[in-house]
Design a protein around this ligand. Structure first.
Ligand SMILES: [Zn+2]
Length: 340
């Protein structure tokens, strides 16, 4: 453990860094989708497209109008170190989490192939200590993020959630910037389609946007409708339904092309904004059926195939590289803690 003082706008701040633990990176890193529970209390309206008693797999319809460009948006996060910030009277210490995060957008357009449009990366020190200041290191500045303590959960969970909120906010900025950057790509204005990795949540006001969810932690549909998911053939989808948790959206399940396997193999959930009309949502669902299977990865190249879409996997690799070498960043934090 190394101790130091750093000076910042708020005065001198001492902090300690826990010993190197390669496990944090993976153990504390998650996609931010883990908050859903297995026993879902979501409100479901299954009448959007088809009466529930007529639910059946929907085959790809007549060719939908192709978007001018498909833009994939995603973010990555990495815990760099656990920090401790001693109280002023040295009787205790507050936990801090030093983390790096990045978000980016890759455009798949007829002319340019797949290419990076925009990316942003940040480093932050998340803590419930109100006096923590920014920390300058050789790997860049870790900006202080003050988080309200929550008595009902562990500090690690509170800080991890705060990091996830910052990443979502950054993804929102990226999505807006990507929209602006892609406008010149398409022959016709406003014909691009955004595919955001993960739930739409706070991004649902973005026009022409889909949320793409590849892991299923909850059963949302009643058993008789859920059974339709298991009967989907490759490229088929369920009818569109409305789904309400802490927020509302249209959703449907889609099976990507894959080898036969368990009932849910290759199944993803796709979402779009509840502010759309039912007709617009169904059009987007048909479009997703046409487009997403094109980008599905294949088993011999990716063990998370086919749900790990090729452009998103490539984007994640590039974003992780931009976070820098993990050991170098840890050493930079250690030096900042030790030198003052
Ligand atoms: Zn492009």
């Amino acid at each position: 453990m190394t101790t130091a003082t750093t000076s910042g706008p708020g005065g001198r701040m001492r902090f300690h860094i826990d010993g190197w633990d390669p496990a944090y990176g993976s153990a504390m890193e998650d996609t931010g989708e883990a908050t859903t529970v297995a026993e879902s209390t979501a409100r479901i309206d299954a009448t959007v497209e088809t009466p529930p008693e007529q639910w059946a797999p929907v085959v790809a319809g007549p060719e939908s109008k192709e978007p001018g460009a498909v833009v994939f948006v995603d973010g990555v996060r990495r815990i760099e170190a656990r920090a401790w910030i001693p109280d002023a009277d040295d009787t205790g210490a507050s936990m801090g989490v030093a983390a790096s995060y990045a978000s980016g957008a890759v455009c798949c357009c007829p002319d340019g192939g797949a290419h990076m449009l925009v990316s942003e990366q940040r480093r932050g020190l998340f803590t419930t200590d109100a006096h923590t200041t920014d920390v300058a290191t050789k790997a860049g500045e870790f900006r202080a993020h003050h988080v309200l303590a929550d008595e009902t959960e562990s500090p690690a969970v509170t800080l991890s959630a705060a990091l996830q909120r910052e990443l979502l906010a950054l993804e929102l900025v990226t999505a807006a910037n990507a929209r602006a950057a892609v406008s010149g790509h398409c022959a016709e204005p406003d014909t691009d389609l955004l595919v955001i990795d993960g739930p739409l949540r706070s991004r649902d006001h973005l026009p022409r946007a889909l949320g793409f969810i590849k892991t299923h932690r909850a059963i949302y549909l009643p058993p008789e409708l859920n059974a339709v998911v298991g009967r989907l053939g490759p490229g088929e989808r369920t009818p569109v339904f409305l789904m309400g948790t802490s927020w509302d959206r249209y959703a449907w399940y889609l099976r990507l092309p894959c080898r036969p396997g368990s009932p849910w193999v290759g199944v993803v959930r796709v979402e779009c904004a509840a502010s759309l009309t039912a007709k617009e949502a169904v059009e987007l669902a048909s479009l997703s059926q046409l487009l997403l299977p094109r980008y599905a990865s294949v088993e011999y190249k990716d063990q998370r195939a086919p749900q790990n879409l090729v452009p998103i996997a490539g984007l994640e690799r590039q974003l992780r590289r931009r976070l820098g070498d993990q050991k170098m960043v840890y050493r930079a934090l250690q030096v900042a803690a030790a030198s003052s």
